[in-house]
Design a protein around this ligand. Sequence first.
Ligand code: RAM
Length: 945
Amino acid sequence: MKKSVLSIMLVLDTLMASAKGLVPAYLRCEYKESPVTDARHPRLSWELSAAENNQVQTAYQILVASSVENLTETNADLWNSGKTAGRSTAQIEYAGKPLTSRKVCYWIVRSWDKNGIAGQWSRPSQWEMGLLDKSEWKGQWIGLDLDRLGKGKVYHLPPAPYLRKEVTIRNGLKKARLYVTALGLYEFSVNGKRTGDAFLTPGWTDYDKRVYYQTYDVTADLKAGNNALASQLSYGWYAGYLGYSLLVKNPVVRGFYGKVPLLKAQLEVEYADGKTETFVTDQTWKASQGALLESDLLNGETYDARLEQAGWNVAGFDDSRWKNPQVFPDKTERKMQVYPGPPVKITQMLKVVSRKDRGNGTYIFDMGQNYAGIVRLRVRGRVGDTIRLRFGEKLHPDGRLMTENLRMARATDTYILKGDPAGEIWEPKFTFHGFQYVEVTGLRNAPTDETLTGLAIGSDTPKVGAFETDNAMVNQLYSNIDWTQRANYVDIPTDCPQRDERIGWTGDAQVYVKSATFNRDVASFFTKWVVDLNDGQYENGAYPLYAPRPNLRKTDTFSPGWMEAGIICPYQIYRSYGDTRMIRDGWADMVRFMNFLDERSKGTYLFKENSFADIDPKGGFGDWLSFGKKTPPDLLASFYYAYCADLMAEMAAATGNAKDQQRFSETGSKVREAIRAHYVDQQGRFKCDDKAYGNGAGYVDGALGFTGHTQTAYANAIYMDIIDPADRVKAGAYLAELLKENDGKLGTGFLGAKPLLPALSATGHSDLAYKLFLSKEFPSWGFEVENGSTTIWERWDSFTKEDGFKYNAAMNSFSHYAFGAVCEWMFGNAAGIVMTKPGFETFDIRPEIAPDGMGNNGINHLKASVRTINGTIASEWNKFDGKLTMKVIVPVNTQARIHVPVSGGAKVLLNGETLSRELFSLADNNKNYKVVEVGSGVHEFIVTH
Ligand code: RAM
């Protein structure tokens, strides 16, 4: 009886659910929810869910209207796409009426399922258009030159300007938008309330070419009568210290784009009677200085609360003693655009884990996690008490704060109390540090855990990935990878967040970009940075060492392995998100880069030894931080040449550009041929003319000598498909052999570490890949974890329990994501999530099961998931009692080929039934797979013998 009621209910449930059909949600525009954009044809996307398995979308319809009420088929006044056949749920370009500045657009979508049944309309979402023409900016650049007030011996840090203006708003306010930007950094407030919650606005660009702005809806913050607009500025990337320029004694160490930070803002209000009014930055504003005495990204902030001008940011303040600001001219060629990336935000609060009294009024707080950000200080004391906060990633063995590795970055915040008996709370606004430990001095009373609160900052890239196993080391490693990404994806992808560097190194970015896509949604983050890359391209077509590209050191130009980021990053964004707009927008620049390679190779389609002897360091950075004999940088440059040509050919095809597709596939084969002729010996081994490098002087680690027969060479050749498929297995064997000769240890640097495990897996050496992955011996990922890491380090042995800090004061970052590129293998091989069509429209699940017999050091359970632009994919496997189970989640509207690892005579159950839909059996990687093609749903497998 009970049972039949249950089944009737189940039947009813499914009926009701299927009646609903496909359900669209997570509506986004230009990768964001309810954004402001200046894309004239913004791209829309949504996610689908369905109550039944195997569902796909066969058509969709989008309505866009000027109001939510008009979102009906007959009233949609901007766009009615009509029923449009197709499975796409992303990258759908708005194709309605031309959009004008400030337009607020509301939209809904519905989808038809595989049975042709229309689902319900989604909930409405919206986007808003920014200012599409620069001439709509009426505000001027205003600033206050306080430069002469910088007085430090080493650091010239002038106070930060304050700007204000009162405006009168009439009765009947309907809508108000504030458009703001700065050359430098700004924080803005309306009637004392901060606008938005973004940090480090408006971000770093090549300010001569473009500057981004933010748009705030301030309707609710204004009132009839007098209103105060107020802004604090800081020097930031525009006018502050940058990178290692001070360290390397560059003639310019700060103010790379200008000396005086400038504000540009306009407040546009609309009244109920249809009238509008615009208030802009101009000479009538008032300017002064205040409590913020020093403010610099690398060097920290000094805030003297005694100098606060109470009420400066609210209406009615007496600013008669304030000056009028100076108006600065604009550059006509400078573009003003909507910030395309995810805003930098405070993404997490951290509590103090422990604190130590070091005597003499010095305390050290442990935040428990190395992160990028700031701390909020809570103190009570007397007027003039001075609290100094210093930041470090590590402690010396004797408990002192270790700051040597910050080099010239002062990374110190100072707060001077006003003596408020109720206590004082302060946090810096325009700086951040990379740290785990904070040294505090100057406290009047013994601190508590509440004295500090950690505030992690970073570009607010939505978390999409999860990776979990029954191996604690691996779980910690995954946490380390994600934290390092968060600490370094701060407006641009930086190398490290702590020392005097923090620049957008292209090599680091290109080796890591694919890994990044598994952890966070980085689509809009790279939409921003790829523009910086193109802006940073040299006249000759080379992409720079870092982007944006201030002149931090005269000799900084370009390098093989770094410059290719200009091709690899857009390519990866295309693969991960199906984004072809980035390809189209950057195509001319990317082609210029390929022309540069062609010209450099002098028509030989090869880079022979010494082809890059004219750059500094000679040959470029090569396999940076590798061990042993060096892989010739020219060999790697040639590999990258072929690889870039392939990616270009694929991107040309994706954008229907047959001519360029042909050009670049031909380039790809010519480079391969040339490599084979010059760099490969009779036995299929990589070789080089090491004599050509002489004693190696000028080359990175050139004294160690050069050879083509390295782990890095084979790993890259396999990964980039440089060698004939027939020789692949041989290359894999050489790689395995080289590992064996090296005591089973990796010797790879920045360029070799990423492809190493994927190359082993691809050539049947999954067991070796696992061995490296699970190793805890130097050099390995596990070694860092064993030595207490909470982030990925620049060097495997940046710190060891035995030897402490070997490389300090030179180059020893504890938050450097480059070696975190193993993440690609974790998701792509261990969990086996392999994209077969851009955006994961189709994919393979092909897990490599960890070898048995490793006890606690092995993996018996692994579960990974990633929320793609086509929905969430999950892959899980368990080994126990000689049985293997797998669970795979395939999102609605996608197709997966699931590879079930079996060995002879195994029996496979799919969702409890003997596998009968098996497509084919594959024998590769010394493993047999049974392959089954499935649509959406949860699919569980049990493999028994
Ligand atoms: C270091 C950076 C970066 C690397 C360059 C070559 O200083 O930290 O990681 O790409 O050098």
